[in-house]
Design a protein around this ligand. Structure first.
Ligand code: ADP
Ligand code: ADP
Length: 226
């Protein structure tokens, strides 16, 4: 768990295009923030800068009290969940979840405990020996969540994780993700272009438009203010 501070974060791509114009966001410990806005507004760029997958042009990024601007993704204490799941097709569910722990100094017993706890939270206990191709879309997304959970990161980053699922499953997974996140208390930043998703999931919503923050507030403040 951690607070996260974005202080005038800017992104100018090498071709000179400015995708993010000085974003300032203060995120509380355990808060679930949704970044919303139309395609091309800069959501992914902002999330990728926080993840360390895209260089920060200027500004400061703090996770907890650490300035992490120049740290590798692996050193930022984050876990990311993607739309396409990014699972290893040749590995079992168990190994997909355990993989990220094996290159840390964690005993086999503790890895096993973490994987089984996450699998139980996610209703995946019966599927540990399957491979991703033998799972439904919702189950694959749960494995991707499991892989993030076992790392016990300070921060979850979600990049449109539900956009490959049908409407019914999407609804169900929104509720599940929030329930799980509240249980774990992990600070989260969730990117979507879907306003319903933002409204139903967020503690606070950040509305982006053409690289600028237009509004920050609770769903009520953003969507119901006269
Ligand atoms: P979103 O996630 O909201 O759809 P992106 O962050 O992907 O938006 O993109 C924001 C803007 O930055 C878009 O106009 C996009 O074309 C531009 N952009 C993204 N990646 C690059 C890049 N590597 N070089 C130049 N411009 C880029
Ligand atoms: P491979 O990737 O070569 O097919 P497996 O995926 O079957 O191998 O398993 C590799 C390792 O992962 C095993 O040594 C085992 O310790 C662990 N493992 C895989 N699935 C499980 C499971 N359901 N319960 C406990 N350990 C497992």
């Amino acid at each position: 768990m951690a607070t996260v501070s974005l202080k005038t974060l800017q992104k100018i791509y090498p071709n000179g295009f400015q995708a993010v114009h000085g974003a300032d966001i203060e995120i509380a410990d355990g808060e679930f923030i949704v970044l919303v806005g139309p395609s091309g507004c800069g959501k992914s760029t902002l999330l990728r800068m926080i993840a360390g997958l895209e260089e920060i042009t200027s500004g400061d990024l703090l996770i907890g009290d650490r300035q992490v601007n120049d740290l590798d993704p692996a050193d930022r204490d984050i876990a990311m969940v993607f739309q396409n799941y990014a699972l290893y097709p040749h590995m079992t569910v168990y190994n997909n979840m355990a993989y990220g722990l094996r290159n840390r100094k964690i005993s086999k017993e503790n890895i096993d405990k973490s994987v089984r706890e996450a699998a139980s939270l996610l209703n995946l206990a019966e599927y540990l020996d399957r491979r991703p191709s033998q799972l439904s879309g919702g189950q694959r997304q749960r494995v991707a969540m499991g892989r993030a959970i076992v790392r016990e990161p300070a921060l979850f980053l979600f990049d449109e994780p539900l956009s490959n699922l049908d409407a019914k499953l999407r609804n169900q997974m929104r509720i599940e993700i929030r329930k799980l996140q509240r249980q774990l208390g992990t600070t989260s930043i969730y990117v979507t272009h879907d306003q319903v998703e933002a409204m139903t999931m967020a503690d606070r919503i950040v509305v982006l438009n053409a690289g600028n923050i237009e509004q920050i507030g609770t769903p009520d403040e953003i969507y119901h203010r006269p």
